[in-house]
Design a protein around this ligand. Structure first.
Ligand SMILES: Nc1ncnc2c1ncn2[C@@H]1O[C@H](COP(=O)(O)OP(=O)(O)OP(=O)(O)O)[C@@H](O)[C@H]1O
Length: 328
């Protein structure tokens, strides 16, 4: 196994991930990976003689607040220093990609100032159901457990909440939802780095944080504030996702860096954290979010869909290896 180079799996294939029965070989990976990760094994001169299949058994990683109950495998918060950079779009697509890769995924919309997950994932046609013990039953959308203030309050009602009320409501949404057993819970944070965000970062058992930014200077400055906030409360950063990196002209293929170029990469390098992905501005992505038709399910071979899957894979991989390294 030592000689199999598999960057998507974090380097080499660990021998303990492999089990063989007759002509069937199974790769059991402790983080979400795409089926393409099997390629180095399938294409290997000797190992390629077996029929390879993938199995995901996501490792439950230590969270940053060990005194809090940890009912999920891994809580990933998605934040942005600045509004409108595509944080909710990233949260939705990361959740969808991780689910497609074989993980059990939940999605919590903690963005009280604009709970758009309910709109993007749908499910607003019927009220949220409750158990006998008054626990909320999340909506099941494309096999993802989803809860959002958007299912509970009228649009506009939550935006006037003050800090303590907002963070209290969000913690309740987190704690009082019957999530079931999850590998990853993606939390779409409110934009910014104020009291509500700081309280949430401290109160939720966060395994890792992602900062979403556009390459624009003004957005990058806010992204750095987000990085500083997570560092301050000792929440490990998984990396940066640069959204709206460029616009690819459908007619001539020219790539126009509308918001500047490589800003996310620069900030990632400066802070020594991974750049998890660079997503272009894509009309179909916006349409899919407006029309509740998941883009990566409809166009899995589209270059952006492939980048979304690669981003989800890097996220899961970095989270796993980072935490492994920290615990040694
Ligand atoms: N890569 C993209 N290509 C095209 N449209 C996008 C892309 N990313 C986001 N959008 C669109 O941009 C708008 C803002 O995105 P989104 O709501 O995800 O941002 P946000 O950062 O969560 O905003 P808020 O600050 O309100 O929470 C949405 O209409 C979304 O469909």
């Amino acid at each position: 196994m030592n000689e199999v180079s598999a960057p998507e799996l974090g380097g080499q294939v660990a021998a303990e991930w492999v089990s063989v029965e007759g002509k069937q070989a199974t790769l059991t990976v402790p983080f979400a990976v795409t089926d393409e990760s099997l390629q180095p094994l399938q294409q290997h001169a000797v190992l390629g003689q077996w029929q390879w299949q993938k199995q995901i058994k996501v490792a439950k990683l230590r969270n940053s607040q060990p005194d809090l109950p940890m009912t999920f495998g891994n809580v990933i918060v998605v934040s942005s220093g600045k509004g409108g950079v595509g944080k909710s779009s990233v949260s939705v697509n990361l959740a969808l990609a991780l689910q497609q890769m074989g993980a059990k995924v939940g999605l919590l919309d903690a963005d009280i100032y604009g709970p758009s997950i309910a709109t993007m994932m749908g499910g607003q046609d019927s009220p949220l159901e409750f158990t006998e013990n008054n626990k909320m039953l999340p909506k099941q959308r494309w096999d993802i457990a989803v809860n959002s203030l958007g299912y509970l309050v009228q649009p506009g009602d939550a935006t006037i909440w003050r800090g303590p009320m907002a963070s209290g409501a969000l913690q309740q949404l987190f704690n009082d939802t019957r999530w079931g057993s999850l590998d990853y819970l993606i939390v779409d944070m409110p934009p910014g780095t104020g009291d509500v965000q700081l309280t949430l970062a401290q109160k939720l058992p966060v395994t890792g944080a992602i900062v979403v930014t556009t390459p624009q200077t003004i957005a990058l400055a806010d992204a750095e504030k987000g990085i500083a906030m997570f560092n301050k409360v000792s929440v490990p950063l998984v990396g940066i996702i640069e959204n709206m990196s460029y616009f690819s002209c459908p007619s001539c293929g020219h790539e126009e860096p509308i918001f500047g170029s490589e800003g996310g990469l620069r900030v990632a390098k400066e802070h020594n954290i991974p750049l998890l992905g660079q997503w272009p501005l894509q009309r179909q992505l916006r349409e899919s979010l407006d029309g509740q038709q998941p883009f990566i399910r409809q166009h899995p071979e589209h270059p952006l869909a492939r980048e979304i899957f690669a981003t989800a894979q890097r996220t899961a991989r970095h989270l796993y290896f980072q935490r492994q390294a920290e615990s040694q």
